[in-house]
Design a protein around this ligand. Structure first.
Ligand code: PEP
Ligand code: MN
Length: 338
């Protein structure tokens, strides 16, 4: 970290500041300039926050040299993390995974039927929301625990591991017992108490990017989970909010190489929530695979027009199957299996 002090900073203030950093276990290298004094801080600065240092009136500028995250940082963990989801490996050079299923679990018959369909199409895991974060309090809120149990039943019938969104820490026992991959939704990406709570879970976590989150904020959320003891985090890009109205969100594909360069965590793409439009799911899935994604999570429904949520961005099983066949060719072209 590089700290530039104001031109006329008094010597006793400079000494006080030096002492304060040294007491935090940091080495302070001072460069005396003609106009400014500059401190180079050497050591673990992850517990320092730039804005706190700027509160000192003699500090002109603070600049980070290293990223504020440690556990997620590729620099300290060069090899890829491979997350095991009930036997399905995600990340590294493992097979690219496909997660398919409805936005919401709508009942036992619906989830078991769609589970069977996505399984026949070649999906590796089943998704289905039982606790739904809806914009309107009047919209369908999910079947709750009943939905979780029905999802678990669909797993028993098909053998597909299941993914579902956890919205509050008081449901952790339900998820620990019934869900294979715990999704933290975009709206909860910075619910720090929830992140700490899933950090104590034994199940892997699918961490969606917040709709207005910077990449660094998103990685810091992964860091929260990891710092609380759970190293099994899969990142999921689901589009961010921009000025563009032709799509529900704007799918940011640049995050794939960036997350892979900055962190060692796997990253998967959700083109359904990123676009909101079933017509865009296939081309963007192919692009995501080409760009190096470790997986795709796609909403699939056999009657999209009757879906209880997100029908407009849901693929019918036939289209889902064609997508997988095409994406497999792209995967092979870049030397990966799918
Ligand atoms: C979902 O996956 O059903 C969902 C609500 O996604 P997001 O949190 O990305 O909006
Ligand atoms: Mn949805």
């Amino acid at each position: 970290m590089i700290i530039t002090l104001k031109k006329n900073a008094p010597a006793d203030e400079v000494a006080k500041l030096t002492k304060a950093f040294e007491e935090k276990g940091l080495q302070v290298n001072e460069i005396k300039g003609q106009d400014f004094n500059v401190f180079g801080l050497v050591g673990d600065t992850s517990h320092l926050y730039e804005r706190d240092i700027l509160a000192n009136i003699w500090v002109e500028n603070v600049q980070r040299v290293s990223a504020p995250y440690k556990l997620a940082n590729r620099m300290f963990h060069p090899e890829d993390t491979i997350v095991d989801v009930a036997g399905i490996k995600v990340g590294g050079n493992e097979k690219i995974v496909v997660i398919g299923g409805p936005c919401s679990v709508e009942g036992r018959d619906q989830i078991c039927r769609i589970a069977q369909e996505v399984s026949e199409c070649g999906a590796d895991m089943l998704r289905g929301g039982a606790y739904k974060p809806r914009t309107s309090p009047y919209a369908f809120q999910g079947l709750g625990y009943e939905g979780i149990l029905e999802l678990a039943e669909a797993r028993e019938k098909t053998g597909l591991p299941v993914v579902s969104e956890l919205m509050s820490a008081d449901k952790i026992d339900e998820f620990e017992a019934n869900v294979d991959l715990v999704q933290i939704g975009a709206r909860n990406m910075q619910n720090f108490d929830l992140l700490k709570a899933v950090g104590h879970m034994s199940k892997p976590v699918l961490l969606k990017r917040g709709m207005s989150a910077t990449i660094e904020e998103w990685i810091m959320s992964a860091e929260y989970i990891m710092a609380n003891g759970n190293p099994n985090v899969i990142m999921c890009e689901r589009g961010i909010r921009t000025y563009e109205k032709y799509t529900r969100n704007t799918m940011d594909l640049a995050v794939i190489p960036i997350i892979k360069e900055r962190t060692h965590l796997p990253i998967i793409i959700d083109p359904s929530h990123a676009t909101g439009d079933y017509r865009l799911i296939e081309p963007l899935s192919l692009a995501a695979v080409a760009a190096g994604a470790d997986g795709l999570i796609i909403e699939v429904h056999d009657h999209p027009s009757a879906a209880w949520s997100d029908g407009a961005q849901s693929l019918k099983p036939e289209k889902f199957q064609t997508l997988i066949e095409k994406a497999r060719k792209v995967a092979h072209a870049i030397g990966r299996e799918m």
